[in-house]
Ligand binder design. Sequence first.
Ligand code: NAD
Length: 460
Amino acid sequence: MDCAATVQRQRAFFQSGATRSLDFRRARLETFSAALARNESALLAALKADLGKSPFQGYSSELGFVQAEIRHALRNLRKWAVPSGRRIPWFVAPARGWVQPEPFGVALILGPWNYPVQLLLTPLVSAIVAGNCVVLKPSELAPRTAEAITALVRENFAAEYISVANGGAEVAEALLRERFDKIFFTGSTRVGRAVMAAAARHLTPVTLELGGKCPAIVCADASVEQAARRIAWGKFMNAGQTCVAPDFVLVQRGVRATFVTALKKTIWEFYGEHPGQCEEYGRIVNARHFERLVRYLGDGKVVHGGAHDAKDLFIAPTILADVSSDALVMQEEIFGPILPVLEFDKLGDALAMLRDRPTPLALYVFTRDRTTEARVLAETRSGGACVNDVVSHIIGTGLPFGGLGESGMGVYHGRAGFETFSHQRAVLRRATWLDLPFRYPPPKLSVAGLKRAMRFLLSG
Ligand code: NAD
């Protein structure tokens, strides 16, 4: 792709004003939804080929997600896009003020490989709803999915409106040399930094959806078996390659044994005795990640799982105990089906350990005590959080999803996505029938008089 020419063509199309009408946006969302439905089997097959995702997993965590986002956007587009009135100080009256959401222009969306449909196309829904043109850059590590998405986009959208650039880091870097009006990146913290540095050259606003190590705290008063079931669900889906999967568990000493036993039982119930033969259990994306993960197995005592097969890129759901907090597995984002389980005595010890770490994308606490819940939420930081669950806060369109600090900046999903791809333009229209002379030079008041007047006229 000629990046400069693509951006130029898209900017010309944007400047024609075509994407501004709500009817245009609505029609494109409907086209998008129908195209997703028509291409469903191709996309599901691609997800199976790239990541071993079953059709159930592929639909529930990828295609169904995007369809829900489109439906929600179609229902709410008018409400979100309507200008909202604001109070104007007396000093400038008579006047009206309002905030008018406007599309940024040409947006670049860079996606990762782990949920290669959801994480590229959900931001695309938000960009369309907000009235932008878009260049998509799928991950090269899910090549079949990238191919299927490229075909879908080419068949249903004009390139001057939405286009796809395929390739690896070099293509992403070439795109980032161009001037976009908005950049939305999902991926690692390391690459997120490079994206932000490139965006700084053009002062392009960025949203960064990054990674991190999401902790799960299991307190002694929690429903321990239920906690084990919910943690296992969030950890082992997509073979642990989920940005909001619990990365490690901190479990209170008295319930550790019960928790580990429940976790083992759950893994068995979910994936059977041979997870490698279970259709619902995924594979590691490539040999490099497989080898990285296998090295972590030596960072503690494998108390469950540990089996792996390089030819099949399979690693069994694994529980790791006796892990020291300075082991590599506790320093790097795991992003695979290996779950270190660490112990703590007092809640304060667990919170102190988390305070010293980079801000995670999500934090999970299992407790039935509202005071403990409040304390954990008050004394930790994270992009999002769940109490007595994992991952579920990102499902649906109601809650904004995003990171903080090293796990990113900015949010999307539902209305938050629309706002992320919109500029909030403040507009003031002043009446022409009155033009009081106070503000014009020379000053008509002493500074003391000005202070009194401003307190009165700019209050409220
Ligand atoms: P990655 O950062 O390696 O790649 C993401 C995208 O950036 C890809 O499209 C890739 O081609 C592109 N890229 C690679 N090098 C680049 C460069 N130098 N300049 C610009 N772009 C470049 O991430 P990944 O391995 O695909 O995904 C895994 C990471 O993403 C994990 O850290 C995970 O936690 C994170 N993640 C975050 C979220 C979230 O919503 N916050 C979701 C999924 C994954």
